[in-house]
Ligand binder design. Structure first.
Ligand code: FAD
Length: 395
């Protein structure tokens, strides 16, 4: 047995022994454990799983141990990922810091920034939010106007951000701010900065949604003072850092069907509504469409595998990452539209009363799937990137 295969055996045995059975069930929105100072565990198993993975450094298995990571090579970390997927293990902690900011800090951050910020993510004690979008800067992100001016060793930040997911529950924000309003090219006057959400002058206002719940916030900055050492990458050079971060965001989103976000097995769900006593699907048209969804999903998984191998081989995957994000989000949306048709009104269990827990989850995940085509850069924006960077079409 080669070294990777014996590592696989070791990992498999560890996961089987340490991942509680309830942490191997598909994730549902209410069961996602978000790290940070306001971390909440819905069950003892959630806490145990969180703590065991944290203690191994496996919130980010391939980060260096010096920063609290698992110290695994990319190939060994990939084996861990595959084995977690095989057993259906849930992510033990959800944190934008780990998915997006951490890899960027490892590449662009100063030693002090790495020492200060990576370990708290890896302990699960600091939760991060993303401060990119503004009322007039979404797809056209480079038009952002939140400003930062330098005063001695500090930056003074003024302005506001919008659509900040879970801003009120976060300890830190990574943000884009305008540091040179006179720059001839707007992308060249932007810096990437880390802001303490508890600093004086930061106000967070949840945006009320039609559902009565809210994960979005507006965040206002009123003369917020931030140490100049919190700028990541070069002064006025934040655009390149942001582009890299968005790549990590899109790569994370293209893994949604691998259990990192709520998703359902279409065959398993459909069997309760459409199949006869002998396990046969009684509706030829819906059966055909289900077969289409399953084939697309299989083709996606194989292509995703190839892109990951290319990334491991250090090839430039910035174009393919946009393709994967686009296709994944469209496939998830199509799957839930089909489930709506298969389940009929049973898929509209917005209230828990009168519906099963599964029906209630399907309804919420159907609605959630619609947001994927906007978050992290809309599908139209991904198409523009693919046209320009992958196909080389004129802008
Ligand atoms: C679930 C969710 C979570 C989010 N979380 C965060 C967060 O935590 N932090 C954060 O900063 N932002 C967040 N966002 C905001 C998100 O990044 C923006 O909504 C997104 O970038 C689109 O910007 P916009 O809403 O201003 O729409 P606009 O940019 O105004 O776009 C409106 C429509 O026009 C289309 N369009 C715009 N420009 C073009 C073009 N050049 N070519 C073709 N079509 C175009 C778009 O595709 C879209 O359909 C989140 C959004 C969602 C849905």
């Amino acid at each position: 047995m080669n070294e990777i295969e014996s590592w696989r055996e070791e990992v498999r045995a560890w996961l089987e022994q340490n991942c509680p059975a309830s942490m191997r069930l598909p994730i549902v929105p209410d069961d996602m454990v978000w790290g940070g100072s306001q971390v909440e565990f819905g069950s003892a198993d959630q806490r145990v799983w969180f703590e065991r993975m944290r203690d191994r450094g496996w919130f980010a298995p391939d980060w260096p141990t010096a920063y609290g990571g698992g110290g695994l090579s990319p190939r060994h970390a990939r084996v861990l990922e595959q084995e977690m997927l095989r057993l259906g293990c849930r992510q033990p902690q959800y944190n934008l810091g780990i998915w997006m900011l951490g890899p960027v800090l490892l590449e662009y951050g100063s030693e002090e920034q790495k020492q200060t910020h990576l370990k708290p993510m890896m302990r699960g004690t600091a939760r991060w939010c993303q401060g990119f979008s503004e009322p007039n800067a979404g797809s056209d992100l480079a038009s952002l106007r939140t400003s930062a001016r330098r005063e001695g060793d500090e930056l003074i930040i003024n302005g506001s951000k919008i659509w900040t997911s879970y801003g009120e529950k976060s300890d830190w924000m990574y943000a884009l701010v305008r540091t040179d309003p006179a720059a001839a090219i707007k992308q060249q006057g932007i810096s990437f900065v880390l802001i303490d959400m508890h600093a004086p002058g930061v106000t967070v206002k949840p945006i009320e949604l039609i559902s009565g719940k809210s994960s979005f916030c507006e965040v206002f900055f009123d003369d917020v003072r931030v140490p100049a050492g919190n700028v990541v990458g070069p002064w006025n050079g934040g655009w390149s850092v942001a582009k890299k971060l968005l790549q990590h965001e899109r790569a994370a989103m293209s893994k949604f069907s691998e259990g990192s976000a709520p998703s359902h097995d279409i065959l398993q769900v459909a069997s309760g509504y459409l199949f006869d006593d002998q396990g046969r699907c009684t509706e030829p048209v819906l059966r055909d469409r289900m077969a289409g969804v399953l084939m697309d999903s299989h083709a996606f998984a194989l292509t995703h595998q190839r892109v990951k191998e290319e990334a491991l081989a250090r090839m430039d995957v910035s174009g393919p990452v946009s393709i994967m994000k686009l296709v994944m989000t469209e496939q998830e949306a199509a799957k839930y539209e089909l489930l709506m048709q298969i389940m009929g009104h049973r898929a509209l269990g917005w209230e828990e009363q009168g519906f099963t827990a599964l029906e209630h989850d399907i309804c919420r995940t159907w609605l959630l799937s619609k947001t994927y085509a906007i978050a992290g850069g809309s599908s139209e924006v991904q198409l523009n990137i693919i046209a320009k960077r992958v196909l080389g079409l004129p802008a």
